[in-house]
Design a protein around this ligand. Structure first.
Ligand code: 4NP
Length: 164
């Protein structure tokens, strides 16, 4: 079996990346990929280690039928060995991750959003209102579907090598 491990990363690991993880978990289940994809999320900062997702992140996802289960943790160098895909939510996170360990498995989440134009950042919704979380949800939902299409292609092409 070809297992792909995906890590979602933002700054605090209480808003964007646990939302991305929850949305992806929902889509992975919907597409019958539970055996093929493992998910986790983490923050580049240490401010919220051990915290539940922000209540606005939880309520925005719950309104779409997605319950978030995560305790915030900080990214660690070992993550670069464990995960096949590391998705940064914005360019600040991307640069911070590159400083920990430059790695070709590092991507911007919105590079998989078909509606993204020049700006590939998922904006930080922490200091704004709940409407910011709804906007972030839509970006993450589109990006998560695009990412899964991409990962699925990779899994299929790897499986091709195993077939007679
Ligand atoms: P996140 O949002 O990176 O999407 O989890 C933030 C959460 C907390 C803080 C900043 C961003 N903070 O400064 O505490």
């Amino acid at each position: 079996m070809v297992l792909q491990r995906i890590l979602l990363v933002c700054l605090g690991n209480i808003c964007r990346s646990p939302m991305a993880e929850g949305i992806l978990a929902h889509l992975v289940k919907e597409r019958g990929l539970i055996q093929s994809i493992e998910l986790d999320s983490a923050g580049t900062g240490a401010y919220h280690i051990g915290s539940d997702p922000d209540p606005r992140a939880q309520s925005t996802c719950l309104a779409k039928g997605i319950t978030l289960h995560h305790k915030a943790r900080q990214v660690k160098p070992q993550d670069f060995e464990t995960f096949d895909y590391i998705l940064a939510m914005d360019l600040n996170n991307y640069e911070a991750l590159k400083k920990i360990a430059p790695h070709d498995h590092l991507h911007l989440m919105r590079s998989f959003d078909p509606l993204a134009k020049n700006d590939l950042n998922v904006p930080d919704p922490y200091y704004g209102g709940v409407e910011g979380f709804e906007e972030v949800y839509d970006m993450l939902y589109r990006s998560a579907n695009g990412l899964l299409d991409h990962v699925l292609e990779k899994i299929k092409s790897n499986m091709g090598y195993c077939e007679e």
